[in-house]
Design a protein around this ligand. Structure first.
Ligand code: ASN
Length: 326
């Protein structure tokens, strides 16, 4: 990111008067409304997302959590509401929320053009669901949103309206191992067990013209809350959805580990201290239903639908790593 772009973000009160941005935010409004209509038609209840709490999601790929002083008790600002989704599905079996998240991303993420330090996801969870069921829901939701935006925002989409297609279902599925193999054949090395690096993910995304899934990440690459596959130990029951055309990751989610003993083991393995997770572990001891779910980043979805180069143009008041903008 150039110094000019830095300065522009700090003067958002001027650049925000641009017509292009106004069109983007009208499209974003249509995206959010169509997701709400879709999920409600599928029987979901919208809940209010938590913003702070004693613990939050530790599985945030090198980003830092923010801690605040809550009357003498250290509290976290939500990096994702995953642990809270597991709490609510005991009473409401299909829930979603428009959840604001803060992650202090490493400075180099500015170069990916798809990382914000403050962003929102539509986070959903379904009690007793399998990965396949929520993945199918995700496909239907994305197709519905694109169809609705094309129908309602023809003028605002402009030229992008021509290249933006309603994807074909079912989306292609690669396991993590298959994705690593394809990347190897493309000349990119990914160490087995690691997250797929940003550049490799972007290259894979560029090689596709339709969204696709990457499933079954290794246990070492992800948070403790994803369930380990019973038949393939060390492999998770999880997934990412990747947008085509270089836009990269859209969704991440999976089936949750809900069994107390297994979860404590997983915490130790992933370097977390169970004693930091008071209420969460007490809740698992009390018993919660198994579930699966995912989160879809609202700004990334807007970036993809509008065909924007930079994620910071997909949000009115952008916050990117290292830039103290309004
Ligand atoms: N929202 C994701 C999930 O449901 C978690 C995340 O954002 N890291 O699994």
């Amino acid at each position: 990111m150039s110094c000019d772009a830095f300065e522009t973000l700090k003067k958002r009160y001027l650049t925000l008067r641009d017509n292009g941005l106004a069109n983007t935010f009208k499209i974003q409004d249509a995206i959010i409304s169509s997701i709400r209509v879709f999920l409600k038609s599928e029987g979901f209840t919208e809940i209010l997302a938590p913003i702070i709490g004693p613990v939050t999601d530790p599985g945030i790929r090198g980003a830092k959590q923010v801690t605040i002083d809550y009357y003498g008790v250290p509290f976290k600002v939500m990096s994702s509401m995953i642990l809270y989704k597991q709490m609510i599905i005991a009473s409401l079996p299909k829930v979603f929320a428009l959840s604001p998240n803060i992650r202090l991303e490493p400075l180099e993420t500015v170069k990916t053009r798809r990382h914000l330090t403050e962003f929102r996801q539509i986070d959903l969870e379904v009690a007793y669901a399998t990965c396949e069921e929520v993945m199918e829901l995700g496909e239907n939701m994305l197709c519905h949103v694109i169809r609705e935006v094309k129908r309602k925002c023809c003028e605002e989409l402009g030229e992008r309206g021509k290249s933006l297609k309603v994807p074909r279902k079912p989306f292609k599925k690669y396991t993590y191992n298959e994705a690593v193999e394809i990347l190897k054949n493309m000349g990119m090395h990914v160490e087995y067990g690691e997250e797929i690096p940003w550049e490799a993910e972007e290259a894979l995304s560029k090689a596709h013209s339709e969204p696709f899934w990457i499933t079954n990440y290794p246990i070492t690459a992800r948070g403790f809350y994803y369930m380990e596959n019973e038949r393939k130990p060390e492999v998770l029951e999880d997934f990412d959805l990747i947008y085509p055309e270089g836009f990269g990751e859209a969704v991440s989610g999976g089936k949750r580990e809900h069994r107390y003993e297994r979860l404590v083991e997983r915490m130790w393995r992933s370097g977390e201290n169970p004693s930091d997770y008071g209420w969460y572990l007490d809740m698992l001891k009390a018993g919660i239903p198994p579930s699966a779910g995912f989160g879809i980043g609202v700004e990334r979805l807007t970036r993809f639908i509008c065909g924007l180069e930079n994620i910071w143009d997909a949000v009115p008041f952008p916050k990117v790593a290292g830039v103290p903008s309004p």
